[in-house]
Design a protein around this ligand. Structure first.
Ligand code: MG
Ligand code: ZN
Length: 222
């Protein structure tokens, strides 16, 4: 069997709720997003600028943020079992996120998955506002004209790996179109429908595991 490289988004994919939303709802200024969002849509500011503006309003310590997400952004059912199956089968799992490493590590550790490889940004949380620490995302992607998750995939995958992508959101769009098999939900599933791109809609990781197990002999990179 060919080795699978399984790239998995974090917020809204591994977790049932987006941790960034949970953090802003509790410790930030929610109405700020209503001002930022139209400017973002008009292309006046980048997503990075929008996120930084919003997180500057988040007033909490790193410990408060960790406790909040552990309570309010639980891991989607079946994820730990899915990872165990993948690792026992010799496949590789990479968590690839536009969110924050310290938050992601805390959530994964709680599920006994602190060893997982994570590519993400980070944030320095303080009682007077948070600062985002951006990861190195390489050159602007020729496909989507942004710095996107394809960069992390290219630098991590072996050339003959079969790519499986699991995701839910805008930041997964471009990278998922590289994959040999895509598991999608929410906005990503809608987008792939519009694009006519094949994907499997999932509810939890039990669905992904069942489907992947059944098709793993047929999924083949090209
Ligand atoms: Mg997501
Ligand atoms: Zn791209």
């Amino acid at each position: 069997m060919r080795r699978l490289f399984i790239a998995c988004d974090f917020d809204g994919t591994i977790t049932a709720r987006d941790t960034l939303h949970v953090i802003v709802e509790t410790y930030g200024e929610r109405r700020l997003w209503d001002e930022i969002e139209p400017r973002l849509r008009r292309g006046e500011i980048t997503i990075e600028e929008a996120m930084q503006t919003e997180f500057a309003s988040v007033r909490a310590t790193a410990d408060e943020v960790r406790q909040l997400v552990l309570r309010d952004a639980p891991v989607r059912p079946g994820f730990a079992e899915f990872v165990r199956w993948a690792e026992d089968s010799g496949h590789e799992v990479l968590v690839i996120s536009s969110g924050f490493r310290s938050v992601i590590d805390a959530v994964l550790r709680e599920s006994g998955l602190g060893h997982l490889d994570v590519r993400a940004n980070d944030a320095a949380f303080t009682p007077t506002g948070a600062t985002i620490v951006w990861s190195e995302r390489g050159e602007v992607c020729l496909t989507c004209d942004r710095r996107c998750k394809r960069h992390d995939l290219r630098t991590r995958m072996h050339h003959d790996d079969t790519l499986v992508y699991v995701g839910d959101g805008i930041s997964d769009r471009c990278a998922s179109l590289m994959a040999d098999r895509v598991y999608a939900r929410a906005g990503l599933a809608d987008y792939l429908d519009e694009q006519g791109a094949p994907h499997v809609v999932f509810g939890d990781f039990g669905d992904v595991l069942t489907d992947l197990r059944a098709t793993v002999g047929q999924v083949d990179g090209g």
